[in-house]
Ligand binder design. Structure first.
Ligand code: SF4
Length: 481
């Protein structure tokens, strides 16, 4: 019988079918992509750093399973903090990030690279506490040690301040009231010789995105889960047996935007509100600066002035159209060193952004937040940042307010959906085709001697601003028709 580890237990809680695939149908579970792998690696770094808070701690080796169990038992006698001590009870196995002796009892410390306690952390610790107590260990408290999102790096990392330790013992004890039943149920699932039944629902994306997309294959293309901000409404429709957006009954209450989406589905039409689009286009003042930033972020801040996960700007693309009918001029910046890119980034941007004309971005909250942070981190540029922010126009507006909607967007207003909807062009066949991949590939190149991806990065970011130009031109064409 397969052993139930802590991570499998958590997957089983999310969805038994997902767990079954994880154990018996592994080829259906893709290897983590570069951005998921990056997150795992960041988590490992955080875990290793946390152990430095216990200088007399002992790492329990995990060369093999039985040896880890044996060593853990032996080392408990030393009454020192233990890292990765493993315990088996029946068919359950769990290793503790950190076990800390307190008199004749122990505290469990689970280290997480997040910045707050999540429900899954409580289930995680309930499983651990169940295993350790079943093995005769007396547990005093359960702590979740996570990153402090208020910590700002200044000089060397202050490990004490980087972490926050939350005592979640009451929540864990509450959760433990039915941990044994849950374990028994999950053990039953993994004993089955065929896939357990499971119905799609919120658990497919929460707490983690499940990769078994085949469960969704029976739905029509534009299904109710694509309803704009559908949430509970989508689930209710699905549970009522209504799968296609076009089949939503007339008396079902939809928001105005959802109503437009449904109408487009029913009629097979594109919705265009010319007056609203004209009004938006009038807000664009020449010269037009089409701008896009790329950033990366790390769990442990790398440079002064950063918090955990603060985005670090390393690249921009800028297309400038001086006046109507002009060909766009392209400017770009991609940090080429292996240190802090932020100030070089600001200086390069200041050189090319001019002091008048609209700065067009897609989803302004991202660029505005980055500029504000740069103004805080480099106060000498603060005035410039404030003036620059005042010139920003968000190209997302006509799509977020449904002045334009094309059913092929499937409820999304992201630039990756809008570009093909308006122009038929897309990001396929790009070596780098999304921001998360761009971040990790840049990070690996700049700080880990990874593959040189400069050309791919420049192409990707350049396409984002070219896409903005194509979208604005398409909007002009729509209102002229
Ligand atoms: S897609 Fe949803 S229903 Fe299917 S296995 Fe994953 S979580 Fe379960």
């Amino acid at each position: 019988m397969a052993l139930l580890t802590k991570s499998k237990y958590l997957v089983g809680l999310q969805c038994p079918r997902y767990l079954w695939a994880l154990i018996y149908d592994k080829e259906k579970i893709p290897n983590p992509d570069v951005s998921v792998q990056f997150k795992f690696d960041e988590g490992t770094k955080v875990g290793e750093l946390a152990t430095k808070l216990f200088p007399d701690g002992i790492n329990v080796p995990f060369e093999d399973f039985n040896n880890n169990l044996k060593k853990s038992k032996e080392l408990l006698k030393k009454k020192k903090p233990l890292f990765e001590a493993g315990f088996r009870v029946g068919n359950c196995f769990s290793r503790a990030d950190i076990l800390v002796p307190v008199g004749d009892k122990w505290d469990i410390i689970e280290v997480k690279s997040g910045t707050k306690v999540k429900d899954i952390n409580i289930h995680d610790m309930a499983f651990q506490k169940y295993c350790y107590e079943s093995e005769g260990l007396k547990i005093r408290n359960c702590f979740l040690m996570h990153l402090n999102n208020e910590y700002i790096k200044k000089g060397e990392i202050d490990i004490e301040k980087l972490f926050v330790k939350d005592n979640i013992t009451p929540e864990v004890e509450e959760s433990m009231k039915n941990t044994k039943e849950k374990i028994n149920y999950i053990l039953e699932v993994i004993n089955k010789d065929k896939y357990p039944e499971a119905v799609i629902g919120p658990q497919c994306k929460n707490p983690y995105e499940c990769p078994l997309t085949e469960c969704w294959d029976f739905l029509p293309e534009n299904h109710v889960f694509h309803l704009y901000r559908g949430g509970k409404k989508s689930l209710q429709l699905f549970e009522d047996g209504i799968y296609a957006i076009g089949d939503i009954p007339k008396d079902f209450k939809l928001s105005d935007k959802q109503g437009i989406q449904k109408d487009c589905e029913v009629k097979g039409e594109i919705h265009v509100h010319k007056e609203k689009i004209k009004h938006f286009l009038k807000t664009l003042l020449y010269p037009l600066y089409y701008l896009d930033f790329e950033t990366f972020s790390t769990a442990i801040p790398m440079f002064d002035g950063l918090k955990p996960y603060s985005p670090v700007c390393f690249q921009f693309s800028l297309h400038v159209v001086e006046k109507e009918g002009d060909k766009p001029k392209h400017y770009e910046f991609l940090y080429s060193g292996n240190n802090d890119p932020r100030e070089d980034f600001v200086l390069a941007l200041k050189e090319v952004l001019g002091d008048k004309g609209s700065i067009i971005v897609y989803n302004q909250s991202f660029e505005i937040s980055r500029l504000k942070e740069l103004g805080e981190q480099f106060p000498e540029h603060k005035n410039w940042v404030e003036n620059t922010i005042g010139r920003i126009v968000d190209l997302l507006i006509p799509f977020r307010n449904f002045s334009y909607y094309n059913p092929i967007q499937k409820g999304s207003a992201s630039i990756k959906k809008i570009l093909p909807a308006l122009t038929g062009k897309d990001y396929s066949e790009m070596e780098i085709g999304d921001g998360a991949t761009a971040s990790v590939k840049f990070y690996n190149m700049a700080y880990k001697n990874g593959k040189d991806v400069r050309t791919a990065l420049l192409k990707y970011c350049g396409l984002d601003t070219l896409a903005e130009i194509m979208i604005v031109n398409s909007l002009h064409n729509l209102v002229r028709e």
